[in-house]
Write a protein that binds this ligand. Structure first.
Ligand code: FE2
Length: 269
């Protein structure tokens, strides 16, 4: 899910988890969806105050760097992204990797405060799905990405490099302790049983109905998560996406022939 949240009185907004288009067959990237977000914002004459990623995604390429170029707005992600960079630097056998300070304008730690106009945002460190994940609690909304999905779809997986079912449980408890009127916006929707796509739930809906949390305790959740994750295929784009997303959505530097290449580790997963 890609989100725009705005202080409509001030005309300032933030873009959360924007996606770069990628045509897998031709390995061509484009910015159609990011352009649609810009059109949406420009029509309303809003200024972009922040471009926020919740974590280095495994299923798509981030459009954060491109949107920052277009708007001049600062980018941000959780400070622990350096740990994800280190893991994938090894997996890709990269000779070097850029410092996160050179890639993102802000590296948020737990409890950091930021503003979108007069809207106050607070960073909630939310590891589990990745070791660097953060949620953004902005006004009375929380963008909780790949922690809780819609109640009928349970929770995110926690088996990617650096993931932890134990951490995910703790993160979920923290999210469920937010004020009860908090609007929860999830990172994906898998349209359980073919229903219409949804993105928003409430704390009470999650407590009462989340398929992976009802009648569960910590250990049962961790066991269930590990068993289930062992059966899930890797995301289609993971081995490509991380290479771009640990670099803030920047493509690799062109090689001597002027072309850009991705590197794929074979037989590592
Ligand atoms: Fe994710």
């Amino acid at each position: 899910m890609q989100y725009v949240i705005a202080d409509t009185e001030c005309g300032r907004c933030a873009i959360i988890d924007p996606v770069m288009d990628f045509d897998r067959k031709s390995a061509a990237v484009s910015y159609q969806q990011a352009n649609e977000i810009l059109d949406f914002i420009n029509k309303r004459k809003w200024q972009v105050a922040w471009i926020l990623d919740t974590h280095p995604h495994a299923d798509h390429f981030s459009a954060a760097a491109w949107l920052s170029e277009q708007t001049g707005a600062p980018t941000a992600i959780g400070e622990k992204v350096s740990g994800v960079q280190a893991l994938w630097k090894t997996l890709y056998h990269l000779p070097s990797i850029r410092d996160p300070e050179a890639i993102w304008d802000a590296l948020f730690k737990d409890g950091d405060i930021f503003y979108i106009g007069n809207l106050r945002g607070e960073v909630i460190f939310s590891p589990g799905h990745t070791l660097a994940s953060v949620s953004y609690h902005i006004g009375n909304s929380a963008f909780i990405h790949d922690t809780l999905f819609m109640p009928d779809s349970g929770t995110a997986r926690a088996d990617f490099p650096g993931g932890s079912a134990e951490d995910l449980w703790n993160t979920i408890q923290r999210i469920l302790a937010l004020p009860s009127d908090t609007r929860l916006f999830t990172g994906h929707d898998y349209r359980h049983d073919g229903r219409e796509a949804q993105c928003e739930s409430t704390i009470s809906e999650q407590k009462e109905n989340n398929a992976y949390l009802v009648n569960t305790d910590r250990q049962a959740f961790i066991n269930m998560r590990k068993e289930r994750d062992a059966t899930l295929p890797l995301p289609d784009l993971m081995l490509m996406a991380l290479q771009i997303n640990i670099n803030g959505g920047n493509l690799p530097e062109p090689e001597a022939d002027g072309n850009v290449y991705l590197k794929i580790p074979l037989n590592r997963f």
